[in-house]
Design a protein around this ligand. Structure first.
Ligand SMILES: Cc1cc2nc3c(=O)[nH]c(=O)nc-3n(C[C@H](O)[C@H](O)[C@H](O)COP(=O)(O)OP(=O)(O)OC[C@H]3O[C@@H](n4cnc5c(N)ncnc54)[C@H](O)[C@@H]3O)c2cc1C
Length: 461
């Protein structure tokens, strides 16, 4: 059997990409090599392992659809010429989720930004809309998105649904995977004659955190929450165990309306540029977003155990960092700004052994780890996910730490791998998503390399 050399494969693909672009007259195309390189990256550099593995992975072309009709034409052209197509929102994903592993075309969704309609409790938007813009457009209605990642001011709603897991608001509503947190999605299939499918209710889970491998999302229906006047607060504690204990109590206090409770272990706060000077050396903090009417009850709960060192009305206008930009994976980013030797893990603590598990693993890793918990609801129970910042950079040590967590009943979603199976807690693709992929992307052209267990059926290639 004749096998093609890498150069021959690349030349054949480039010719096919040229044919794709030839079929797309009128669709905006990004031509400059620097822009193409930029649009082929995300925040995978958080991981020393991925930083090495993904160096040099670049698309051959980037196209920027203006509307769903453009998306259909792009999908048809890629299917016709057998060219890989990788969807991209704002490129803030952490695991090379939108890195085109096999080159081909990147479809940049940030031109599709319409807020199509909203009704009490629900909004319909195009996938490239930034979450900050969605909330701004809803402000007068008294509603807002139930949850958003800490990258809200940059990231798109399509990228969040296809690549994210939850975030600010998950303390009340759980993660994106909880039934009801995505109401509907419209997707374009990757076929010579693409179909446009409306997925509603549970069916919308077929595209949730599938890294864009199961269709190009053009539109989403998202549920909303009542909009409160939020207050950003930082509470300082002399020891981390007390911060965790008080954070847990606040999270459990159902009458106190809240959107964020993060527990960051010392010396993490020393890296939070806007608030570091308010926190004593060696102190740990809780970062909280609390609805204004409940502040007195919140403060009563803290009592004498911690000190409020920062309190201001929520403000996410340009030039001002809201408190959520120190939380979730911004915590790691704030450390990386001054110390590129650290990286992180993503853990889910058992709800019934939360404090003990945190204590146990902190004792195990000592100074090698700075713990960072995010209180969330998960399957109806209150627990904490964690993004500990770790001082280690070799694959064997990272894997040892993951194994040590898992041996103690803490789930780890490995952020140092690119496939959705290896990065999931269960180490497998959701069966529904795998079956759906055969239906919507029979040639396996959508973001190839990210769904490891998918192999195209031979009669479709
Ligand atoms: C500092 C920092 C903090 C973060 N905090 C959080 C957090 O709190 N919670 C969280 O869940 N994540 C977090 N993330 C990860 C990421 O920011 C979010 O998941 C974000 O929502 C991704 O949106 P994006 O527009 O940047 O998507 P991208 O990174 O561009 O894409 C993400 C994935 O979605 C796919 N995709 C994008 N658009 C579409 C589309 N229209 N159709 C099909 N597939 C598509 C891409 O192929 C890719 O696989 C964080 C990352 C950083 C760097």
């Amino acid at each position: 059997m004749n096998t093609l050399s890498a150069d021959e494969v690349a030349t054949t693909r480039l010719r096919a990409v040229e044919r794709v672009l030839g079929d797309l007259s009128g669709v905006p195309i990004v031509g400059e090599p620097v822009a193409i390189r930029r649009k082929s990256r995300d925040y995978f550099w958080y991981s020393p392992i991925l930083n090495e593995q993904l160096a040099g992975k670049v698309a051959d072309a980037v196209v920027a659809p203006r509307h769903e009709e453009d998306v259909v034409r792009i999908a048809a052209a890629c299917a016709r010429h057998g060219v890989p197509l990788t969807p991209r929102g704002a490129g803030t994903g952490n695991y090379g989720q939108c890195v085109p592993m096999e080159g081909g075309v990147v479809i940049d969704m940030i031109g599709m930004t319409k807020i199509i309609s909203h009704a009490p409790g629900m909004v319909r938007v195009e996938a490239g809309a930034r979450m900050v813009d969605i909330d701004a457009s809803l402000a007068a209605s008294g509603w807002e998105l139930r949850m958003h990642p800490s990258t809200k001011r940059t990231a798109t709603i399509g990228g969040f649904v296809a690549g994210g897991s939850g975030g600010v608001g998950s303390i009340t509503y759980g993660g994106l995977r909880e039934p009801g947190n995505i109401l509907g999605a419209r997707v374009v299939t990757l076929e010579r004659e693409p179909r446009v499918l409306d997925l509603s209710a549970d069916a919308a889970q077929k595209i949730n955190r599938a890294y864009g491998t199961t269709g190009i999302i053009t539109r989403l229906d998202m549920p909303l929450a009542p909009k409160w006047d939020w207050v950003d607060l930082v509470i300082s504690f002399t020891d981390y165990a007390t911060a965790v204990q008080v954070g847990h109590e606040i999270a459990l206090a159902d009458g106190i309306v809240k959107k964020l409770v993060s527990a960051c272990e010392a010396p993490l706060p020393a890296h939070f540029a806007g608030i570091a000077d308010k926190v004593a050396d060696g102190a740990s903090v809780l970062l909280c977003m609390i609805a204004k009417p409940f502040i007195p009850y919140f403060k009563a709960l803290i009592a004498e155990r911690g000190a409020v060192v920062h309190e201001e009305d929520f403000d996410e206008s340009p030039g001002h960092a809201p408190i959520y930009e120190y939380a979730w994976n911004h915590t790691t980013l704030n450390v990386l700004k001054t110390d590129r030797s650290v990286t992180y893990l993503q853990c889910l603590f058992p709800h019934d052994r939360l404090a003990e598990s945190v204590r146990e693993t902190s004792a195990l890793f000592g100074d090698e780890q700075m713990q960072h918990l995010e209180f969330i609801r998960f399957g109806g129970r209150l627990t904490a996910s964690a993004l500990p910042v770790i001082r280690c950079s070799t694959a064997p040590r990272i894997n040892d730490m993951i194994a040590a967590y898992e041996a103690r009943g803490v789930f780890v979603a490995n952020p140092h791998v690119i496939t959705l199976e290896d990065g999931s807690r269960h180490k497998r693709a959701d069966a529904d998503q795998l079956g759906f992929k055969h239906d919507v992307d029979p040639q396996g052209l959508l973001n190839p390399g990210k769904m490891r267990t998918f192999t195209p059926k031979s009669d479709t290639v």
